[in-house]
Write a protein that binds this ligand. Structure first.
Ligand SMILES: C[S@@+](CC[C@H](N)C(=O)[O-])C[C@H]1O[C@@H](n2cnc3c(N)ncnc32)[C@H](O)[C@@H]1O
Length: 317
């Protein structure tokens, strides 16, 4: 089988399997065997609140209160079709009906499934990465573009995410992850308590690799859209989530989809950068401007706050 691609969004690895096949290959190992103690059971009982298990450009942890203060009165089923690090999902998970998480990044979605289904095995592999970590080891792991085992793919993904420069996700024109190693004294590669807490939160979710247009929420459900940002004028925003980025045409199509859901009675919230183009696209909806710390800026010393918009089609308290 050749590398799979969804529409124009290509997989960053040359995977020899589909997303469905990757999921079938998970959970085939009794991961408890990998531990010398009953630590797995102890962690499984832990009461830690889950927080995103990866750093993600555009992650919403820093403005989470701005989001939670603008929720619809009732949540029902929840859809997050640009899930990334899933900051809002992890914040809300115990208040939601069924949750549906999706994204076009196949490595990310395989990692979500591995965290959900094979937490202990994943932790064991992360411990190996953590022990061996060095600049040279990072580049050795980064060069592995054709892994066949989804748990190894997930461990590689988390390891590179925690140790790469700025937690960036960037692929070259061949779709290969190409971010240099970062300089951290303690990169926090293995976080067993949080991974088990995330696994628990994900127990009742569906995790799909798909374009946002595939979601099918019904009236009264809640959808949170957090697409790649529309670039602001002072610096080009970081938009290379896939090697094709997300163009103004994509933003306009997303607005059309937002309107369609809105007309169908779905509660929709969307975040984006505060640019005249985005303001114009969503004219007529509620648009709030909030300050968010800029997370990626190639110019040193330029990490000041930027304005974002939160756009809703409902009234919040
Ligand atoms: C701004 S990030 C989401 C950040 C996330 N809310 C968080 O808290 O970490 C945008 C995400 O959209 C995904 N993406 C890009 N194009 C997409 C598409 N057409 N359909 C679904 N997801 C897409 C990217 O892979 C990326 O994970």
């Amino acid at each position: 089988m050749t590398a799979i691609a969804i529409e124009k969004h290509e997989a960053p690895f040359k995977l020899d399997m589909s997303f469905g096949e990757a999921i079938k290959r998970l959970s085939k190992v009794n991961s408890k065997d990998l531990f010398e103690t009953d630590a797995v059971d102890n962690f499984a009982e832990n009461t830690k609140t889950a927080t995103p298990f990866i750093k993600w450009v555009g992650g919403k942890r820093s403005i989470i209160e701005e989001l939670t203060s603008r929720l619809p009165p009732k949540l029902n089923d929840y859809y997050e079709p640009f899930v990334g690090g899933g900051a809002l999902f992890f914040e809300l998970h115990d208040r939601l009906g069924n949750a549906h998480l999706s994204d076009t990044n196949i490595d990310l979605l395989i990692t979500y499934q591995a965290v959900k289904l094979d937490t202990a095995k994943l932790i064991a592999l992360l411990e190996i990465h953590a022990k061996k970590h060095s600049d040279a080891y990072y580049y050795e792991i980064r060069a592995q573009q054709t892994l066949k085992n989804p748990i190894e793919i997930a461990a590689r993904f988390i390891y590179l995410n925690k140790t790469c420069f700025n937690g960036l996700y960037r692929v070259n024109s061949k779709g290969e992850f190409n971010v240099p190693v970062g300089k951290y004294t303690n990169p926090g590669i293995v976080t067993p308590e949080n991974l088990f807490a995330c696994s628990k939160s994900l127990a009742k979710t569906t995790i799909r690799m798909s374009d946002y247009k595939q979601i099918k929420p019904k009236a009264g459900d809640f959808v949170y859209f957090d697409p790649p940002y529309h670039p602001t004028s002072d610096t080009a925003s970081f938009t290379a989530y896939s090697k094709d980025g997300f163009s103004e045409k994509d933003q306009a199509e997303l607005r059309d989809f937002y309107k369609k859901l809105s007309t169908a009675g779905v509660n929709v919230m969307l975040s984006n950068s505060n640019t005249p183009y985005i303001q114009k696209l969503y004219k007529g909806f509620n648009i709030d401007i909030v300050d968010a710390p800029r997370q990626v800026n190639c110019k040193p010393g330029k990490r000041n706050a930027v304005e974002e918009v939160l756009i809703t089609n409902y009234k919040y308290a």
